[in-house]
Design a protein around this ligand. Structure first.
Ligand code: ADP
Ligand code: MG
Length: 730
């Protein structure tokens, strides 16, 4: 029996445990596995506590002299919870998380066994990192890298079965200081934003001394049965199906959306949510998505760096817990062709230490002006650096999704809704910047009250926008589901930092000329609206008309990763990142190289898997069916029946034969194309070759013929689980 049928029959036999975790009040377990400041108070001396609290608030390094005390306190807490090992937990550029476990256990010089955790081990480690991608950085600069504790992200305990590990969130850098992970540049970008945003806030409120960016992600994913997934080598190896005919019933009825969650999946959700709560991940919503077997989880928003860690942890936990339930979670951007892909909306805003959300429209003219300032600066930043935002979400997997079913296109535009469009028009129309303080029409607009209702009217259309204002935050929707949010968040925060710095200069220049502050601000806001107007789009982002219109407006539209990545290494990007101290030029070049290499490898693997499946599964199955047909036709012929008696069989036989031939030829031609591409030295040229000569030339065509065969060939012989089985059986 093929794996496919075994999986299907087991589905009904397997009485999988659907009880899930015992229902507990979330508040009773929330954060119990996190070394919060509150826990620290209990386990640390006054001196150590103060040093730790200072580091968390000020983002400063831990003082070495108290590191030992802090480490001891953390170990005492962890051991009380049954922890035996610790690890530096980091987010390398491979896109997953990395850890290397060490035990507290050690031997003294006389051989006595003791448990110990030194300050040095807490704040710095040297993982054997030579196999993490570095884009040549480590070769150029220094052979090794090290991980360093980032105290802004709290230490936590990961439970795996009976095992418990103390995880120390770290950044990963080379000995000469180049960052080799997602986290280090993100922290730098957040600091750049803080430095640029505080002086602008001070125009309106002198008490603001810190601005933090906030992120609330929405993670989409599919859940399918483990045995069915295991019977699909493409899912196992690429995380997506490279073949598969559309099921008769797909998502056209949209009956899955907000429908009730299947019991097996529900049990799994409750289990992974419990683990998340213990780790302080504030999950808030769970629901079905539009596609069958597709779901979403979203937390309450947090500071960006913590939210990024929590999203990485969530993906890790979901994967682990799903296996306990004999399920598989697919976070690939496009696991199934013709069915919605997975996105990861990044809801983003900024908050001051005085407790104000900078993207929340105010109630008074003054707070309205502050809102307008940050709102318009964000639009300008997106306009000026649309190419860079596009690059920040570029990956082989996201290329399958952007512009496909219910996903925003690769064109970056901003949706602000009818009401704010009117506000912007109104401001823009004051040609010559004629504003006065009593300007009723603008400063006294009741934006605060008017936005929510007006947004409601537009929610359907604005779903098609890659970057939408949703009342009190922007929602970057083009981010891929498997991506580390740090990449788009680094770019978004640094481009806003840069824009705000310029804004401050522009406003100050007018003030120096004698203009009143509010008037100066309005004039620069007006200028920015004029400058960035073309990035605003309220219409249907999925339509062809928009593609034409965007081209007319001169907005970049780069649908493929190798070319989208060019934006990372333009002079403009280099200047941006360097002047904001996020990346040096060599770091940027290295990241570019790494992203290109990742792309090449992903496409290469998919191409190989396609070839293997075609030759080992599809063609042999089709040939078997050919033989069945032949036997039948010959039998009928021998029985003296006329051709009209086997006309249908003959037609099918011919069809099957012709599809087999095309599949065979194309698979071989694709191997040749790969050989040519592999001989290219320049990484960018090679990535482009993989994109155009391998993927674009062959993937769709091979798939077309394989999917035709799936429709033609005897279902009994077909070895790969079909879409209808993966998407509808559980
Ligand atoms: P919707 O579901 O309609 O997109 P929600 O209000 O449920 O809108 O919010 C979606 C996400 O946006 C949630 O993760 C939420 O935490 C996040 N969010 C809300 N306010 C902010 C904010 N100020 N900054 C960042 N994220 C936010
Ligand atoms: Mg949303």
């Amino acid at each position: 029996m093929s794996l496919r049928f075994e999986a299907i029959s087991n589905l009904s036999n397997d009485a999988t445990d659907i009880s899930g975790s015992k229902a507990t009040k979330i508040t009773a377990i929330f954060g119990e596995n996190v070394f919060t400041l509150k826990t620290a108070r209990e386990f640390l001396s006054d001196e150590a506590y103060k040093s730790l609290a200072g580091s968390i608030k000020g983002g400063k390094k831990i003082d070495r002299s108290v590191a030992g005390q802090i480490a001891n306190g953390i170990r005492a807490w962890a051991e009380a919870k049954g922890v035996t090992h610790f690890t530096h937990w980091f987010q390398p550029l491979t896109g997953t998380t990395a850890e290397k476990h060490d035990s507290f256990f050690t031997l003294k010089s006389d051989g006595t066994a003791i448990e110990e955790f030194e300050g040095g081990a807490l704040i710095q480690q040297e993982p054997d990192a030579s196999s993490f991608p570095s884009g040549g950085l480590r070769a150029t600069f220094e052979a090794r890298g090290y991980t360093a504790w980032d105290p802004s992200s709290p230490v936590f305990i990961m439970e795996i079965g009976q095992g418990k590990t103390l995880c120390i969130p770290t950044i990963f850098i080379s000995y000469t200081g180049e960052s080799l992970d997602y986290k280090a540049p993100l922290l730098k970008a957040l600091e750049a934003l803080n430095e640029a945003a505080v002086p602008v806030c001070n125009y309106f409120d002198k008490n603001v001394s810190k601005v933090t960016a906030t992120l609330g992600w929405e993670q989409e994913y599919f859940v399918i049965d483990e045995a069915l997934a295991n019977a699909r080598p493409d899912l196992v190896q690429c995380g997506r199906t490279v073949f598969g005919a559309a099921p008769a019933k797909g998502q056209q009825l949209e009956d899955h959306y907000f429908g009730s969650i299947p019991e097996r999946v529900y049990a799994f959700m409750r289990d992974f949510e419990t683990e998340c709560y213990k780790l302080g991940i504030p999950l808030k919503t769970r629901h079905n998505e539009v596609a069958p077997s597709q779901f979403e989880a979203a937390p309450i928003f947090e500071e960006v760096s913590v939210a990024v860690d929590h999203n990485s942890l969530l993906m890790d936990i979901m994967d682990r817990v799903s296996r306990r339930h004999k399920l598989r979670v697919l976070v690939h951007e496009k696991p199934f062709a013709g069915i919605n892909g997975n996105g990861k909306h990044n809801n983003w805003s900024m908050a001051t230490d005085t407790g104000v959300n900078l993207l929340s429209p105010g109630k008074t003219p003054k707070t309205n002006l502050m809102f307008l300032t940050f709102f318009v600066n964000t639009i300008k930043a997106v306009h000026d650096y649309a190419d860079l935002l596009r690059a920040s979400i570029a990956s082989a997997a996201n290329d399958h999704r952007l512009g496909a079913n219910e996903a925003p296109p690769a064109i970056i535009s901003v949706f602000v809704g009818q009401y704010l469009s009117k506000v912007l028009d109104e401001v823009e129309s004051r040609v010559g910047g004629k504003f006065d303080e009593q300007d009723e029409a603008i400063l006294k607009l009741d934006i605060h009250r008017s936005i929510p209702e007006l947004l409601l009217d537009n929610t359907d259309r604005n779903r098609t926008s890659p970057f939408a204002f949703t009342g009190n935050k922007f929602e970057f929707r083009a981010v891929g589901s498997s991506a580390n949010c740090a990449s788009p968040m680094t770019v978004l925060n640094v481009i806003l930092a840069e824009t705000l710095k310029q804004f401050k200069k522009d406003v100050d220049a007018l003030i120096e000329k004698g203009e009143k502050k509010e008037i100066a601000i309005m004039q620069i806001i007006q200028k920015y609206i004029v400058d960035s107007k073309k990035v605003l789009f309220e219409g249907d982002g999925y339509s062809d008309a928009w593609h034409h219109e965007a081209a007319r407006r001169g907005l970049p539209n780069v649908p493929t990763t190798p070319l989208a990545l060019d934006a990372m290494v333009t002079d403009k990007a280099k200047h941006l990142f360097e002047s904001n101290k996020v990346y040096t030029h060599p770091e940027l070049e290295a990241r570019h190289e790494i992203e290109l290499e990742k792309y090449i490898k992903k496409v290469q693997i998919e191409a190989r898997v396609m070839g293997d499946l075609a030759l080992n599964h599809i063609i042999p199955t089709a040939v078997k069916y050919q033989n069945q047909l032949l036997k039948n036709i010959n039998g009928l012929k021998a029985a003296g029946l006329p051709e009209s008696a086997y006309k249908g069989q003959l037609a099918i036989l011919k069809d099957v034969s012709s599809h087999i031939q095309v599949v065979y030829e194309k698979v071989h031609a694709m191997v040749e194309a790969r050989k040519v591409a592999n001989n290219i030295d320049n990484t960018r040229t090679k990535a482009i070759a993989y994109c155009t000569q391998v993927k674009e030339t062959f993937f769709d065509e091979i798939r077309y013929h394989v999917d035709k065969l799936e429709h033609l060939v005897d279902d009994d012989n077909w070895t790969l689980p079909k879409y209808r089985e993966m998407l509808f059986l559980r």
